[in-house]
Every structure is written in C-alpha cells, then in structure tokens.
Design a protein around this ligand. Sequence first.
Ligand SMILES: Nc1nc2c(c(=O)[nH]1)N[C@H]1C(S)=C(S)[C@@H](COP(=O)(O)O)O[C@H]1N2
Ligand SMILES: [Mo]
Length: 319
Amino acid sequence: MFIKKSSDIPSSEITSKSLYLNRRQLITGAAIVGAAAVAGVGLSEIGFPSRVAGANAKIDGLQKSPFSTSEKQTPYKDVTNYNNFYEFSTDKYEPAGLAKDFMTRPWTVTIDGLVKKKQQLDVDAIMKMSAPEERIYRHRCVEGWSIVVPWVGFSLSELIKRADPLPKAKFVEFTTLLDPKQMPGQRVSVLKWPYVEGLRMDEAMHPLALLCFGMYGEVLPNQDGAPLRIVVPWKYGFKSAKSIVRIRFTEEQPMNTWQLSAPNEYGFYSNVNPNVDHPRWSQAKERRLGELTKRPTLMFNGYDQVASLYSGMDLKKNF
Ligand SMILES: Nc1nc2c(c(=O)[nH]1)N[C@H]1C(S)=C(S)[C@@H](COP(=O)(O)O)O[C@H]1N2
Ligand SMILES: [Mo]
C-alpha cells in the first residue's frame, strides 16, 4: 500500500484493473468498450489471461445472517483475482497464482496470552465450533476500492468465549503464518513479517466481527486467506488478517504491521471514515470493483451499529 505515491494511486488504476477482470463484457459490450476508452483502458489489456482459483469444496448447511447486505455481490472472479496478500506479492493479480499450492492442512491455531484455556486447535475443529453462516458484507480497502462478499463463518466471539479470556485481557492480537518457503513475499522485507493485526476486546466481541473460513458457499480460496481469517467489516481491509496461526490475548494494545510500517498513515483503529483522509489521498469516495462510478464512503462502512464502541473517542486522533 505504501509503495505507491499519491500521484499514481487510485482512480485510473482501479478502474482499468477491475474492467479488465470483466474482459468478457469488454469484448462483447461495445458500450463498455467505449466506457473503457473514456477511462483510459488500453485495449491490449483485454487479452490478459485470468487465473481462476481451483474448484473448492462446498460448505453445507449455511444459515443466512441478519447482518447481510442486500447489495449486489462482487463477482467471484474479481474477489479471487484482485487481492491484497503481501505474503505472496504486492501485485494484486499475483496472489491467485502464487498461492495455488499453499498448504492449508494440517493447520493449527495457537490460542494464548491472557486466557484461562491456552490451547492449540486444529482448524477443522474450529470450523465445527458453531453453525456456519453466510454473511454478505461490504469490504472497504484503505486504497479506495470496495467489494461485497458472501463470507462464510461465525462470530469471532464464539471462539473467544471458549478461550475464556482473563479480566486483564483488553486486546486480541492475530498473527499470520510465517513461512517464506511457501510465501514468496516474505522473502522480501516490504513489511515486517509475520503480519500482525489487533482489535480491542469489545471490537473483537462485537457480533459483526467474523471468524471466516469460506466465501461464495465454498471454503476460502488460498489468496483470500485460507484456511482461516477474520473479517471486520467496519474497518479498512488491512485489519482483516488472513491465514491466521495465532490468537493472543493481551493487556497492552498490540502493534499492528501497517502501523509499524507507516505510523502516520495507518493507525490501530482504522475505522472506515470518509471524514479522515489518508495523508496521500481522500477517503470520501470509493470504487466498487466492476463499477465505473465512484460512490460515497460511509462512516463505519455503513455499519452504524458499532458507533457506540467509539462514543467519546476522537476518531481523527484515533484513526
Ligand atoms: N496476512 C495478510 N492479511 C491481509 C493482507 C495481507 O497482505 N496479509 N492484506 C489486507 C488488505 S490490505 C486487504 S484489503 C484484505 C484483502 O482481502 P481479499 O484479498 O480477500 O479481498 O486483506 C487484508 N489482510
Ligand atoms: Mo486493503
């Protein structure tokens, strides 16, 4: 994220790339080709080969969630071919291919820190802890693009309750796998590895915070954070750590990777907030992948039910 400078970041790039993911439409729809020309998309991009994720196992018995949005879902091919997953690559088109052979079994998650039940859990056991739900959430990347994804999982609070945190535990820290052999991006020090994110305990316990292991009715594709990630829909996307191996309960606020990398640009809270610009670009609007016109960004990404978590806090200071 920090690699690009403001001059070459949002609109043109986001437009052209989401358009060429929809290249079938470009080829068949003259109107859209016209729009592409307006948006400055080179027609040479139309022939770019797409890498579609391999066939994935279906997850049965999905319950519908009252938290789901009824907005149009972003096409699967966009969500699985345009990824931020720096462990594989800083190029959004590369994780789909580079993560193809990533080993997601066996997979153990360590639960430790300030909890009564420190333990190592197999990911398959975690997936069975509670009934799987389909949660259709908006997801807003700090870089100005957004998607609507039917995630599969259940509230993170279910796992936290089972871990039984001590009263001293005020934060939860999530750590991604460290394995440079499998994750070529970790052989480069663009970020300090492993990737770490954190939430305040009340944020982590909020029913909207999702422990996620699937999307579009299937197990998570590797490039989207298999086998287990979190999804925190009212925060910028980077808070939603992928491929988690450790969940640690702490008294002190954890240092998250992006804050460590650029503290003036990325804070701990990172709530979606159209009124607080990133130092290098505005956050007032966003472009939904596959769409041409920008839409206004909503406070808390439209998830007003979390507002009470931040009452009395200065959200410009706590960005
Ligand atoms: N471990 C890890 N988690 C991560 C990232 C990453 O680079 N590494 N990128 C984050 C960012 S910036 C975004 S926008 C989302 C993207 O999730 P998606 O590719 O499933 O859409 O993952 C987040 N989680
Ligand atoms: Mo992001």
